[in-house]
Design a protein around this ligand. Structure first.
Ligand code: HEM
Length: 106
C-alpha cells in the first residue's frame, strides 16, 4: 500500500521566494530513491499559509529508507553546512493511500 508523507513548512512571507528557489535547485535525489512515486511542492493559496512538500512512496519502509539515507543529502547535509533554513517550522503528516484515480485520458 502506498503512503503519502507531507512535510508542512511554515515560511515567513519574505522567505517564500528563497524557499521556492531552493527547491528549484534541489539535489533531485528523491527521484532515484527506491520506492519513490511522486513529489510536489505546494504553494499555499487559500486556507493555510504553509507550504506542503508532498511525497508519495510505495511503502512505509521505502520512505524510512530514504529518510535514513539520501534524505540527508537532499537536504544538503543537515550538518550546519547549509544556510539558515527558509522555513521557520515543520511538521510531518502521514497517510495511507486507500483509493486513487487519474484522468481517463491521462
Ligand atoms: C526538518 C524539516 C525540514 C525542512 C525545514 C525542509 C526543507 C526543505 C528545503 C528548503 C528543501 C530544498 C533543498 C534544500 O534547500 O536543501 C528540501 C528538500 C526536500 N524535502 Fe525537505 N525539509 C524538511 C524535512 C523533510 C521531510 C521530513 C520530508 C519528507 C516528506 C521532506 C521532503 C523533501 C523532499 C522530497 C525534498 C527534495 C529532495 C531532493 O532534492 O531530491 N523534507 N526540504
Amino acid at each position: 500500500m502506498s503512503v503519502v508523507k507531507i512535510n508542512v513548512l511554515t515560511v515567513p512571507a519574505e522567505q517564500r521566494a528563497v524557499l521556492e528557489e531552493r527547491f528549484s535547485a534541489r539535489a533531485g535525489l528523491v527521484e532515484s530513491s527506491d520506492g519513490f512515486e511522486w513529489f510536489e511542492l505546494l504553494r499555499p493559496v487559500e486556507g493555510t499559509d504553509d507550504y506542503f512538500v508532498y511525497t508519495r512512496w510505495r511503502s512505509e519502509e521505502d520512505y524510512q529508507n530514504w529518510m535514513n539515507g539520501p534524505m540527508r543529502q537532499g537536504h544538503q547535509g543537515g550538518d550546519g553546512a547549509r544556510p539558515k533554513p527558509a522555513a521557520t517550522g515543520s511538521s510531518l503528516l502521514s497517510f495511507e493511500v486507500v483509493q486513487q484515480a487519474s484522468a481517463k485520458n491521462a
